[in-house]
Design a protein around this ligand. Structure first.
Ligand code: PBG
Length: 333
């Protein structure tokens, strides 16, 4: 028998008691990932019978409409009922001012109509930004000096958002980072009677090198300069709170932080600062890094995906846009 003194010296608190079995760990788990949290970003392209893998995003495809509908039906069986739609616009439909973005018969507009007709319960979120539609690849209009013009861009974004709402989009998601666009879009939606079309605002969107693979997917990399005069500087956190505050005042329904993994502190601070739902965008570069390392056999893909997404939720994200959505839904079944 041990002497009495050594028994009383034993710690009273032993955190490891709660980690002893799977059941206990599940009982005290603070954060759980659910398929309800996931929004699946999907790429649509023109044509028929197209399903082309994006080389820097293995497992992600550009789908033509018929195959996109099939894929959406399949993921909805897995419980994913919200998608964010991104169009691949052929070079011959791009111009300097992105006029194709508000063509009522454009690719996005036709796709939304078709989804709503075939699968009316799918929540469709459309992207509001000019980069897939402009020859120069910037999110806004550009003057002869290469400056991205704010207020004239907002006018185009408003037209684009209205045409998306007219096609049946449930949410429009301005990802352009022009000042004042959320308010202008809200006002226009209200004026046209789209009072229930929501705004998922890319509020704290950073000028990030993690968007590289996405720009491959859409062939939308800027042809000159970078996006640093409109997207945020990675060094700033208080500025994110300022952006969030302004977007809320302008009528955002959900605010977003993008990218996610390198910005967990921002997600946390944003969550503390608002009672609105907070979304995080687990972007293309974050996806590509995990896929590449897993292909090399250097990490356990499944565990790294779950750990990454759970950490985003722990940081404060209520919703996650992720290219892993389908894979995760299959894991959670
Ligand atoms: C377009 C847009 C981008 C992304 C979403 N919307 C690219 C960019 O701003 O250059 C990136 C998404 C990703 O990397 O997964 N405005």
């Amino acid at each position: 028998m041990l002497p009495a003194s050594s028994t009383t010296d034993k710690p009273f608190q032993r955190p490891r008691r709660l980690r002893r079995t799977t059941t206990l760990r599940r009982m005290v788990r603070e954060t759980t990932l659910s398929v309800d949290d996931l929004i699946y970003p999907m790429f649509v392209t023109e044509g028929e019978g197209q399903k082309v893998e994006i080389s820097s995003m293995p497992g992600c495809y550009r789908y033509s409409l018929n195959l996109l509908l099939k894929e959406i039906a399949e993921v909805s069986e897995l419980g994913i009922n919200a998608i964010a739609l991104f169009p691949v616009i052929p070079e011959n439909k791009k111009d300097d001012t992105g006029t194709e973005s508000y063509n009522p018969e454009g690719l996005v507009q036709q796709t939304v109509k078709a989804i709503k007709q075939a699968l009316p319960n799918i929540l469709v979120i459309t992207d509001v930004a000019l980069d897939p539609f402009t020859t120069h690849g910037h999110d806004g209009l550009v003057d002869e000096k290469g400056t991205i013009l704010n207020d004239p861009t907002v006018e185009v974004l408003v037209k684009m958002a209205l045409s998306q709402a007219a096609s049946g989009a449930d949410f429009v998601a301005p990802s352009d980072m022009m000042d004042g666009r959320v308010g202008a879009i809200r006002q226009a939606l209200n004026a046209e009677g789209y009072i229930n079309v929501g705004i998922l605002a890319y509020s704290a969107k950073y000028a990030s090198a993690y968007y590289g693979p996405f720009r491959d997917a859409l062939d939308s990399a800027p042809k000159f300069g970078d996006k640093k005069t409109y997207q945020m500087d990675a060094a700033n956190a208080k500025e994110a709170l300022k952006e969030i505050e302004q977007d809320i005042a302008e009528g955002a329904d959900i605010v977003m932080v993008k990218p996610a993994l390198a910005y967990l502190d921002i997600i946390h601070r944003v969550k503390e600062a608002t009672n609105l739902p907070v979304a995080a965008y687990n972007v293309s570069g974050e996806y590509a890094m995990i896929k590449a390392a897993a292909q090399m056999g250097w990490i356990d893909e499944k565990q790294v995906i779950l750990e990454s997404l759970t950490s985003m939720k722990r940081a404060g994200a209520d919703l996650i846009l992720t290219y892993f959505a389908k894979q995760v839904a299959l894991m959670l079944i």
